[in-house]
Design a protein around this ligand. Sequence first.
Ligand SMILES: Nc1ncnc2c1ncn2[C@@H]1O[C@H](COP(=O)(O)OP(=O)(O)OP(=O)(O)O)[C@@H](O)[C@H]1O
Ligand SMILES: [Mg+2]
Length: 257
Amino acid sequence: MSDAPLIRVRGLGKVYPNGYRALTGIDLDVEAGEFVVVIGLSGSGKSTLVRCLNRLIDPTEGTIEFAGRDVTTVRGAELRALRREVAMVFQQFNLVNRATVLVNVLTGALERQATIPSLVGLWRRADREAAMEALRLVGLEDRALYRADALSGGEQQRVAIARALMQRPRALLADEPVASLDPATSHSVLDYLRELQTKQGTAIVANLHFLSLAREYGTRVIALKDGRKMFEGAPTDITDEVFQRIYGDEAKQVEIR
Ligand SMILES: Nc1ncnc2c1ncn2[C@@H]1O[C@H](COP(=O)(O)OP(=O)(O)OP(=O)(O)O)[C@@H](O)[C@H]1O
Ligand SMILES: [Mg+2]
């Protein structure tokens, strides 16, 4: 065991192939059981940062360590192992609409498989039980046999979270997980993420568009501006002055809900 944080990022930078510099010199530590919220204007680099953490995007500078291991350039089996431990949910839930909720969650148990059984009976019993447990965690066990597209947006996002849970991740990355949901539904989804954070010690790193949600759910908030970290602190440290620095002239247009 080491005292290293679960995720340790140093000097992270990203220049896209077209030459655009999206991130510069990002340092970040994330401990188990934290809920880190990333905020910033559109284009400030939030998605780029979060996607670098599980190497969906390859950084061009700096290092990423996960549980004390350098994962900055891992490939193949090691990269797949990283992606199992650092799961991800997106704004678009990416469910298989025609499949049942349970089958969608079961696919989270797969690392890589060419064909996915569409009949629940073809899955291993242990996987089926784990999938039902994941659905219980997000309050949807009674929807297991519904088609995914018969669920509301918030329910679909909770299915996506349950699918991610099948990987038994130690960290869960979320890129605008509630951006397409109404305020009440946003809260219900974020409440489930908070339960994972507090009850299972899962580290959560989420980009959130609304400052009010960042304040409510974040144990720590990171603000990006032009690809640089320009603020890091407790939600209560975001004073009007900090808010003005984060959002600048566009502060007036930032919706606060
Ligand atoms: N594949 C790419 N190639 C070139 N530039 C890119 C690429 N992806 C993103 N960018 C640019 O990098 C910058 C940061 O993008 P990113 O998606 O990380 O921003 P964001 O903070 O998530 O914005 P939003 O709030 O709109 O989602 C933007 O200016 C974007 O246009
Ligand atoms: Mg984004």
